[in-house]
Design a binder for this molecule. Structure first.
Ligand code: SAH
Ligand code: SF4
Length: 437
């Protein structure tokens, strides 16, 4: 979502004379878009701010010029004034629900007066109403935020506090943006939300639509070839969405459905509101409707009170589901969340060894999943050049990276690739020979 927000900020600032510069030393404006989900991400914000001061800001000031430094994103939202205190060279702090005000805030910064601005409001008029700007420089695959915030309040998570209450963007605003993206050359759209499948809004028939209906509507956009969505919550996987995975060809056979833990005791402490059996039931149902679907997930390792038995339950659940790929993180204590004051925080060494075990198992499953594709033909969207000369990187329907070579510029096209080799994180292949030649 930060990636999407960054692209939006860049679109917003273009009419004000700014353009993206790959060399940060030249930048008149540096926007650091930050994440607060785990402590490590927050630490990175402050070390990056120190680097920006030493490498860019001070050096530029020696030549009599000033660059403006803005901190955006969820660290900005959560820490506000604290950022100005710890890093007084920051000019602007702007939260994820108010970055539409960035152009105005920038215009107010006065290099002589050294004034500072903080905007971490949750405005009553949703920011999307102000973000209807010209779209440019998108890759063939783009993100589109349709839902933000969360009302579920898992005890480990900062999202309800930093991104605010659950909000679904209206249908017309989503369709308009999707059409604009497609007109600018985009072939694949990933719909985004912290709980994307909780999206609901008034549909064309005046009934309330869920994500399945939205995807059906988006699939009508002729030149949009691939649709994805992330991240979902198990409790919001309704039958319409499950049916969409059977019925809508443009919806890719990939589902990222976090469970966090395989232990019902831990799930309860996490306030996940579902058991491991309920999660497995949802996955079974999805697989009934689309047997080939690739399943991904998220795991938190070492939540307070997690015992060896709970950890074993997580390993068992992973074995039962058999993931195509999944993310796992050590539990990170987040200020202001209920779990901070829970007893029995797990020792760091134990967390590390459990994480290792989970990741080894997930890696094994990912490798096995990828291996099945050797000698198959995959319809691949070509995303960009690879690192090597003539090499291209594309994405398979199952969300795998596929590398192949071509003498022609194929970026943005859909092409059949015969898979030759499988690795942990990618596949390699060759373009399927055209029978007519
Ligand atoms: N809404 C989604 C997840 C959004 S947050 C869901 O409910 O599943 C993205 C991921 O970050 C989570 O799935 C979780 O695995 C991880 N995460 C969130 N808070 C965390 C914390 N305090 N420590 C470690 N990982 C965390
Ligand atoms: Fe965070 Fe997801 Fe739980 Fe919401 S449902 S609080 S976003 S982990």
């Amino acid at each position: 979502m930060n990636f999407y927000d960054s692209e939006k900020m860049s679109d917003l600032l273009k009419p004000h004379g700014y353009q993206l510069d790959n060399n940060e030393d030249n930048a008149d404006l540096i926007v650091l878009n930050t994440c607060h989900i785990r402590e490590k991400a927050v630490e990175k914000t402050y070390s990056e701010l120190g680097r920006i001061r030493d490498k860019i800001k001070l050096r530029k000031e020696k030549t009599g010029k000033k660059s403006i430094v803005a901190v955006a994103g969820c660290v900005a939202q959560a820490q506000g004034k604290e950022i100005m205190k710890r890093s007084p060279w920051v000019d602007i702090v702007v939260g994820p629900q108010s970055y539409q005000n960035l152009p105005e805030l920038i215009s107010k910064v006065d290099p002589v007066k050294n004034n500072k601005y903080i905007d971490i409001e949750f405005p009553t008029i949703p920011k999307f109403d102000h973000l209807d700007c010209h779209i440019s420089d998108r890759s063939p695959s783009a993100f589109l935020t349709i839902q933000e915030g969360c009302d579920k309040f898992c005890t480990f998570c900062v999202v309800p506090y930093t991104r605010g209450a659950e909000y679904s963007r209206p249908l017309t605003s989503i369709i308009d943006e999707a059409k604009k993206l497609v007109d600018s050359g985009v072939k694949e759209i990933t719909l985004l939300g912290q709980n994307v499948n909780a999206w609901n809004a008034v549909g064309k028939d005046k009934n309330i639509w869920g994500l399945g209906r939205l995807i059906e509507e988006l699939a009508k956009i002729k030149d949009l070839k691939f649709i994805r969505y992330t991240t979902s919550h198990p409790l919001d996987m309704d039958i319409e969405l499950i049916e969409a995975h059977r019925d809508i060809d443009k919806l890719m056979p990939y589902l990222h459905l976090p469970v966090q833990s395989g232990s019902d005791k831990v799930l309860k402490m996490m306030n996940r509101k579902h058991t491991s059996a309920e999660y497995i039931k949802v996955i079974d149902k999805i697989r009934d409707y689309n047997p080939k679907i690739a399943i991904s997930g998220d795991f938190i390792i070492g939540f307070p009170g997690e015992t060896d038995k709970d950890h074993q339950a997580t390993l068992n659940l992973i074995k039962e589901i058999n993931y195509s790929q999944a993310y796992s993180f050590k539990y990170s204590s987040r200020p202001g969340t209920p779990a901070v004051v829970f007893f029995n925080h797990v020792d760091e060494n134990i967390k590390n060894s459990r994480l290792q075990e989970v990741q080894d198992l997930l890696r094994l499953q990912q490798m096995e999943f990828n291996k099945q594709f050797i000698n198959s033909t995959q319809k691949v969207l070509v995303l960009k050049n690879g690192k090597k000369n003539g090499q291209y990187l594309g994405r398979s329907p199952f969300n795998q990276s596929i590398y192949f070579y071509s003498d022609n510029n194929l970026i943005g096209s859909t092409i059949d690739i015969n898979v030759t080799e499988a690795f942990q994180n990618s596949l390699t292949g060759v373009i399927k020979p055209n029978k007519n030649i």
